[in-house]
Design a protein around this ligand. Structure first.
Ligand SMILES: *Cc1c(COP(=O)(O)O)cnc(C)c1O
Length: 395
């Protein structure tokens, strides 16, 4: 079995450190707010190269709290990539702003700057730049576009812990950044968690107050905030894992290099590309093929897990039908049925990765009807590719 994600395997590698961290929090009985949280915030800010880090309950809250702290007008427009997790758009929509989806770029899958330019109006109040799959968004170009217009660019770095853009860490590039520590992310907690990073002290202070009932001191509530905190148990776990993050991101990049080499020119595959001036965090390795479902089934039958990120482009979700962007001829709208995420992570040995690549090559070299073509083309969708597999040798 080649797993898509192996959280237990990761725990087993660092079990001693994690167990000790958890024990120390329980022994201190400081569960909410305390030394572990303060230390993590300090260490994560330093890791990202920023002045301030505010722990919050999850990545979605991180974005929503930034939007609230920036006091963006109700009804104003927030530009969000059409290809992302719904956590990128939801905070703008549910806080009474209007989501405007912009297209993503084939290859890197991050925001298409020209499309963003076309969608800016006098009502645009923010741009959510998602570092999707771990590839940094084109921040310099976005900032060049947004800055003269006074539009803040907010990084959604939920998939990009450890990524660097032209020598700088993600989380330090925009007005503020949102991170998620959902367990499956590059830096994952043992539950939900998130953080906001920024160099703006006033913004950091407002975010911290919003996330903690609008207060500075214990019962000194300045306004109605909310309860969205990162707890000490999670902070202690994240401190341990942060020490391993760079090695894990390197391991992800090593996996990606093997896929890049072994899958070049295979079938109709389109491989992801990366800006050479970036360190890609390789949260996901997403390929495209017309035979996505058949390939996924073929791999599953060989014990290889895959994923789809995301099966439905955001404009096509029922939640956003009212925006009327579902039929726009965007790359994001047109590519979702072709996306397939291959296993990637520090849990994979080089032999696992070559086994995945070999299985994919086998899929594309299966003979069909004596033509020697691609078998699965006739078999896409829900058909049973296990039976259409390579059981009979080429004749
Ligand atoms: C995971 C994720 C989020 C949301 O983070 P949660 O911690 O799950 O709330 C937002 N944006 C992107 C791109 C994500 O991958």
């Amino acid at each position: 079995m080649i797993k898509f994600l192996d959280l237990l395997g990761q725990y087993n590698q660092i079990r001693g450190e994690i167990d000790e961290a958890i024990q120390s929090v329980i022994a201190s009985s400081a569960f909410i707010g305390g030394e572990q949280l303060r230390s993590f915030e300090r260490e994560f800010a330093a890791y990202c190269g920023v002045e301030h880090c505010v722990g919050v309950a999850n990545g979605t809250d991180a974005i929503e709290i930034i939007l609230e702290a920036l006091d963006l007008p109700a009804g104003s427009e927030v530009i969000v990539p059409a290809n992302s997790f719904v956590g990128s758009s939801e905070p703008a929509a549910r806080s009474g702003r209007r989501v405007v989806f912009a297209d993503s770029t084939p290859g890197t899958f991050v925001l298409d700057v020209e499309d963003v330019r076309r969608r800016i109006t006098p009502r645009t109040s923010a741009i959510i730049a998602v570092h999707l799959y771990g590839h940094p968004a084109p921040m310099d170009e976005l900032l060049e576009l947004a800055h003269p217009r006074g539009i803040p660019v907010i990084e959604d770095a939920a998939q990009a812990h450890g990524a660097r853009y032209r020598g700088r860490s993600v989380g330090s590039l925009g007005r503020a950044a949102a991170f998620s520590f959902y367990p499956g992310k590059n830096l994952g907690a043992y539950g939900d968690g998130g953080a906001i990073t920024t160099n703006d002290p006033e913004l950091a202070k407002r975010c911290r107050m919003i996330a903690n009932h609008g207060r500075v001191a214990k019962y000194d509530h300045m306004f109605d905030g909310r309860n969205s905190r990162l707890d000490n148990l999670q902070a202690a776990i994240l401190r341990v894992k942060l020490r391993h993050l760079d090695a894990w991101v390197d391991a992800r990049n090593a996996v990606a290099r093997i896929y890049d080499e072994r899958l070049a020119e295979v079938g109709d595959l389109v491989l992801p590309t990366a800006d050479p001036n970036c360190r890609h965090a390789r949260h996901l390795y997403v390929i495209m093929t017309e035979q996505r479902d058949a390939l996924a089934q073929f791999l599953e039958a060989r014990g290889i897990q895959t994923g789809v990120h995301y099966p439905t482009a955001l404009p096509k979700l029922p939640a956003y039908a009212n925006l009327g962007q579902q039929h726009e001829p965007m790359f994001a709208n047109q590519s979702d049925a072709r996306l397939l995420s291959l296993p990637i992570g520090e849990h994979l040995q080089p032999a696992d990765v070559t086994a995945v690549a070999d299985a994919i090559k086998e899929f594309f070299s299966r003979p069909v009807g004596g033509e020697g073509g691609t078998a699965a083309r006739k078999n896409s969708g829900r058909s049973d590719t296990r039976r259409a597999g390579p059981a009979s040798p080429p004749s």
